[in-house]
Design a protein around this ligand. Structure first.
Ligand code: G3P
Length: 224
């Protein structure tokens, strides 16, 4: 499962890349707005840092022809291995088909239903991004939706992968990880929750205290 960070803050991205085995960065217009800077300045900084890693950037236009124009501008600015995020509505499906036919990587986003995912895959999307937590908040089951989409793609032999997005807790991530989903994109706070465990903290304190009891305060295997 690819592990992608859903964020556009360069300090957070650097920190997450320092500690976690990351595979790329996704963002959306809301995430970019939080940076309060020109979007291309922010994205170019991210591109420089992640080098040729996956960078997923969303179009904002609402009609398919302008979505396609936006896609080419994004690619011109941000280069190879940039995935164009296209909302999966009727206009978006047309844009996905046009871009995919031109060999451009597309991430079909704002996926709430299996049928959107099927249509996006058939139009040629490389990824579809179901919004796990937002689906949960509609009283449905985001994790189940993502698993059903994954199974549907396997049944049809589509190459499209699920890039699950919108997580609010580590259980949602772990269930999809166990299932073998293609990728997840996760905010820094939820990424931290994947490894946060008070039992681990307590075990390490005991190891340190016992060792210091043996060798003295601050001693380690370096200087005992
Ligand atoms: O980019 C789409 C998705 O990541 C949104 O997540 O947390 O705003 O529901 P969230």
């Amino acid at each position: 499962m690819k592990l992608i960070i859903d964020n556009a803050n360069i300090d957070d991205i650097r920190s997450m890349y320092e500690f976690f085995p990351m595979d790329g960065v996704t963002c959306n217009p809301t995430i970019l707005a939080k940076e309060k800077r020109n979007p291309y300045d922010v994205l170019k900084e991210i591109r420089d840092f992640i080098e040729d890693g996956e960078l997923h950037v969303q179009v904002v236009s609402e009609d398919s022809d302008t979505m396609v124009e936006e896609a080419y501008r994004i690619l011109k600015e941000l280069g190879n291995n940039t995935y164009i995020k296209i909302p999966t509505n009727k206009e978006g499906l047309r844009a996905i088909r046009i871009l995919a036919a031109a060999g451009i990587h597309v991430t079909a986003t704002a996926i709430y239903t299996q049928m959107q995912a099927f249509l996006a895959a058939k139009a040629g999307a490389s990824y579809v991004a179901p919004y796990i937590n937002r689906i949960d908040n509609l009283g449905s089951d985001g994790v189940r939706t993502a698993r059903e989409i994954h199974d549907m793609f396997r049944n049809y032999g589509f190459k499209t992968e699920v890039l699950a997005a919108s997580f609010k807790n580590s259980r949602q991530v772990i269930t999809l990880c166990e299932y073998g989903i293609g990728a997840t994109t996760i905010s820094p706070d939820v990424l931290d929750l994947l490894i946060k465990n008070d039992s681990v903290v307590a075990a390490l304190h005991t190891f340190r205290d016992d060792f210091e009891g043996l060798c003295g305060k601050g001693k380690t295997m370096l200087n005992c």
